[in-house]
Ligand binder design. Structure first.
Ligand code: MGD
Ligand code: MGD
Ligand code: SF4
Ligand code: MO
Length: 709
């Protein structure tokens, strides 16, 4: 018998409900939820019989009872009574609050036209109905479009330039690898399931695990080979690795001839990209670079698990493309347990046209950049793309006053007297605090939805399992009720229930219905081996992997509409994989490079409200190399000011020798109120759009560090 079976029935009496984790995490775990009563849950477990989740979830979601039954949950609609941001509210009925929102939206539209209203949302829930239904309202009303760039753009663009399709080797194949390269993702912290499969390969096959990051984080600590480099230099590392592969005859030339666009051009280009050249840029030693190159060059079944973190640099798309190019040079794609993977977004497509009201879309309506909400709200001309100022917003599933770059601009914008903001939230977040109307939202266990797992291959149902407390209502409800008040409820896609929308999406793909999914729980959409490994050709029309991408001419999954113009210094994007100094290079005024890496017990700004997460994380700290601290005359635990031209933030110094000199790390997006002066870490990050298709370079900051006065 299987040794895992004995723990299947821990509490025979507890009813188990099935769901999917809704949070913005590539793992999208299949969940077994202990249902204690019609309104209460107990522990949450990972589904054992889901081949990707494999019974493992992170600690913060295992303790979800803490979040869903949190005493600080919002339960009443609130209307601002004092000045903006002052914290004085009057309770209102749902009817009155929604009437007020509709009235304000209509008044704004009457004054400036429909584009003055900007629905703003993101992936606080990844459920398609509750997340994307807001698009239906915006299309129907011709409100400004939302170019959702903050998270995936830099990474997806880089991947697409090479592979031509946003898909890759089955992530479960990591368990069959002989070498797993975890590149620029702190998987132990951000997507624990990657480790499940990688560690299985180590246990069962003696696989080596390589981790590449900018500090000795929890994942690097698990590695057989940990490469800690300077932020924004992964392109240099990748080039030197490929240089060694060609030089030492470890490149798979037959594969290169058959599957890639210009292997000879690449080889020539790499002649000067030596390990010595890369060592000077990355801070790694020549020996480290050569050892890594020889490992991946001699291990056929090498699996490159490329994360998001290393793409959050202004040269991030270039670096993602360069790292992916290594897999094409070794030819590891041909083997089971080999190849590369970043996201399965390209295989999990569901038809959301009705849900999102795509047919109602007017292509002339402008788009505004999600990451540039600061410049948009303070009225910077280029950010407004030739349209009116934004004077009304509906915000769901995101907390921009905390998570968006250039926080001082974001806050200044939200405090404008001529801006009306409605925030639909579960908690009184930094953004809700700056709103005019706050509406209480349900949590995933309290509403129906369907979820796609970017880091795996499943579509999973998350049906309503418990009743919400009195007060909170779903995103779907808010969109439907506003549609009635704004005169578009008769348009296609409105007037349907969540379940009806789920049925439409599932049936169109032949996957069943809401009811069949209740039994089956998920669908595994993994394409066959040959397709997933691109053995019938890559996603470009000629089937070749591109070492020479057409940076601005080629399709990308999240390409901005043409009307938004050019993003960043596109002329500086390289012809072949390379290191390009598009990053904020340290200088005399800003001698340090800062990465704002994720905290284990938070998920972006979520979970910062739960007591155990808060207790585990302690306080906002700056990891600083002890030699740098000595030079700066900073002691352990001292208050330090980290600053640049965008602003300054105070953190507590923590000595840490697992970084290169000159690099500092601030883990976690703490609530602004957890910092002195009520200003959070994103005061320091920039809202300039990186080339070629935008994004947020949140780990790419030049800063000064000094003892705080
Ligand atoms: N616990 C927890 N889980 C999370 C999140 C969280 O905040 N906390 N966030 C969720 C979200 S929205 C997402 S998108 C995913 C993202 O998950 P990941 O793909 O893991 O990406 P990041 O969290 O941005 O950063 C991962 C690592 O990249 C490193 N890094 C920064 N710059 C560089 C660089 O130039 N080169 C290299 N090699 N490494 C670099 C950071 O130090 C960090 O350790 O995680 C999700 N899961
Ligand atoms: N400095 C720095 N900044 C970053 C990052 C970083 O690594 N460093 N990471 C960036 C990344 S990758 C991302 S994706 C963004 C993410 O940033 P956000 O999009 O703000 O994501 P969260 O912080 O998780 O906040 C989601 C909010 O949605 C709410 N919510 C959840 N479910 C629902 C629902 O069903 N209905 C409603 N109405 N609300 C709901 C939650 O209560 C929560 O407040 O942050 C970015 N900002
Ligand atoms: S690992 Fe990610 S998807 Fe899984 S339970 Fe935790 S937050 Fe949710
Ligand atoms: Mo993200």
């Amino acid at each position: 018998m299987n040794q895992h079976i004995k723990i299947v029935e821990p509490k025979a009496k507890v009813r188990i409900g099935h769901s999917a984790c809704p949070h913005d995490c590539p793992s999208t775990c299949a969940l077994d939820v202990e249902l204690l009563s019609p309104t209460r849950i107990g522990r949450v477990h990972g589904a054992k019989n889901n081949s990707y989740t494999a019974g493992v979830i992170c600690a913060k979601v295992a303790r979800y009872a803490e979040r869903v039954h949190h005493p600080d949950r919002l339960t009443k609609p609130l209307v601002r009574s004092g000045a903006k941001g002052e914290g004085n509210w009057k309770e209102a009925s749902w009817e009155a609050a929604l009437d007020l929102v509709a009235e304000k939206f209509d008044a704004a539209e009457a004054k400036y036209g429909s584009e003055t209203v900007w629905p703003y949302f993101y992936a606080g829930t990844m459920g398609l109905v509750q997340r994307d239904g807001i698009e239906r309202l915006r299309h129907a009303k011709r409100y400004s479009g939302f170019f959702g760039s903050i998270c995936t753009n830099l990474a997806w663009t880089g991947w697409m330039m090479g592979a031509g399709k946003l898909a890759g080797a089955d992530p479960r194949e990591m368990a069959k690898s002989d070498c797993v390269v975890i590149w620029g993702t702190n998987a132990v912290v951000t997507q624990v399931n990657v480790m499940t499969h990688a560690v299985k390969a180590r246990k069962e096959r003696g696989a080596r695990i390589v981790v590449i990051d900018v500090y000795d984080n929890a994942t690097v600590k698990q590695a057989d080979m940990g490469l800690v480099l300077k932020p924004g230099t992964d392109g240099a590392l990748a080039c030197a690795v490929m240089h060694v592969l060609f030089r030492e005859n470890l490149a798979d030339r037959a594969y290169l001839e058959k599957y890639t666009d210009d292997p000879h051009g690449l080889e020539r280009h790499l002649e000067s990209r030596t390990p010595e050249w890369a060592a000077a840029i990355t801070g790694l030693s020549v020996a480290e670079i050569e050892a890594f190159a020889r490992l991946v060059g001699t291990t056929k079944r090498t699996f490159f698990r490329l994360g998001y973190g290393f793409s959050r640099q202004r040269n991030g798309s270039v670096n993602m493309h360069a790292a992916l190019s290594v897999a094409a040079v070794t030819g590891c794609w041909q083997y089971e347990g080999g190849g590369a993977f970043h996201s399965n977004s390209g295989i999990l497509k569901l038809d959301t046209a009705l849900l999102e009201g795509t047919r109602l879309r007017d292509p002339r309506v402008r788009h505004l950049d999600h990451s540039r909400i600061g410049p948009v709200l303070v009225g910077q001309e280029d950010a407004l793309h030739g349209g009116p100022p934004v004077t009304a917003m509906l915000i769901q599933n995101t907390n921009p006053a905390n998570v968006a770059p250039e926080q001082r601009l974001v806050k200044r914008g939200f405090l404008r007297d001529d801006l009306f903001t409605c925030v639909h939230e579960q908690f009184m977040t930094d953004t809700a605090k700056l709103a005019d109307v706050v509406l209480p939202a349900t949590m995933f266990l309290e509403h129906d939805d369907i979820y796609k797992g970017g880091g795996n291959q499943h579509v999973t149902l998350g049906p309503k399992l418990i009743e919400p407390p009195p007060g909170p209502r779903t995103n779907h409800y808010v969109i439907e009720e506003l549609a009635k008040r704004l005169g578009v409820a008769d348009q296609p896609g409105f007037g349907m229930t969540e379940r009806q929308h789920i049925d439409v999406m599932l049936e169109k793909r032949g996957l069943g219905t809401f009811d069949t999914f209740r039994e089956e729980r998920w669908a595994d959409l993994q394409p066959p081996f040959e397709e997933a490994h691109f053995l019938k050709g890559f996603g470009h029309p000629d089937g070749k992997f591109r070492f020479r991408p057409d940076w601005t001419g080629q399709p990308a999954p999240n390409r901005p509409p043409k009307s938004m113009g050019v993003f960043g210094p596109v002329a500086r994007l390289p012809e072949f994989p390379d290191h390009v100094d598009l990053i904020e290079v340290a200088d005399a005024e800003h001698p340090f490079r800062l990465a704002t890496s994720p905290a284990r017990s938070y998920l972006n700004s979520s979970f910062s409200e739960t007591p155990t997460s808060r207790a585990r994380e302690g306080r906002p700290e700056l990891l600083v190399h002890p030699d740098d601290a000595a030079m700066l005359k900073i002691g352990e635990g001292d208050r330090v000011e980290v600053g640049n031209r965008r602003g300054e933030v105070v953190l507590h110094a923590k000595f840490f020798d697992g970084v290169k000199r000159g690099v500092v790390i601030a883990e976690g997006i703490w609530p602004n109120s957890a910092h002195e002066r009520g200003e959070g870490i994103n005061v320091l990050t920039g809202a300039d759009a990186p080339a070629p298709y935008g994004g947020a370079a949140v780990h790419d900051n030049k800063v000064w560090v000094r003892a705080a006065v």
